[in-house]
Write a protein that binds this ligand. Structure first.
Ligand SMILES: [Zn+2]
Length: 165
């Protein structure tokens, strides 16, 4: 497995640092390789930025993007699944403050401030939340039709050819 990317979240926030990079899906924790993923050799891009919000709370802004191929749970053919996730994770010194803030705002993403934090763990968690429980094509029948059409010459083109002849 890939080396982890450790930061000191407190320093990261104070210096308003930004880190970005990309990682192959198959280098991430196996938790993210759901059996629905058709291709694990795909790049996942991330950006992490530290800052302080207007309530003076330290936060980490995380964005995770990539284009995954999942196995359609109906026809088992690959289905494209673009990932473009943004999250703000607010950091709290203790459990009480975290609980209080979470109760006041159910949209809030929070975690306890630790001495060390692994960026890739955040990326993995974000990916896991983004993955659909049961990926499916909107219309499996149409997907197959598209494929057939691409392989065959356009019938109107054939007709035009006949007329010319
Ligand atoms: Zn399908």
């Amino acid at each position: 497995m890939l080396n982890r990317i450790l930061i000191d979240p407190q320093a990261f926030v104070i210096k308003q640092e930004t880190r970005h990079g990309s990682v192959l899906l198959n280098q991430l924790d196996k938790r993210t390789w759901s059996p629905d993923i058709a291709d694990t050799a795909t790049h996942i891009h991330y950006t992490l930025t530290g800052g302080v919000d207007r309530w003076q709370r330290p936060f980490l802004d995380l964005s995770v993007s990539g284009s995954l191929k999942l196995n359609c749970q109906r026809c088992m053919n690959p289905v494209d699944f673009p990932v473009n996730e943004q999250a703000r994770i607010v950091l709290f010194d203790n459990e009480d403050k975290l609980d209080e803030a979470m109760l006041a705002d159910d949209e809030l993403d929070g975690m306890i401030l630790t001495d060390e934090l692994d960026i890739l763990t955040l990326v993995e968690d974000q990916l896991l939340m983004a993955l659909p429980i049961s990926p499916k094509h909107d219309d499996c029948g149409n997907v197959n039709l598209d494929k057939v059409n691409q392989d065959k010459p356009n019938p109107f083109g054939v007709l035009a050819g006949l007329k010319k002849g």
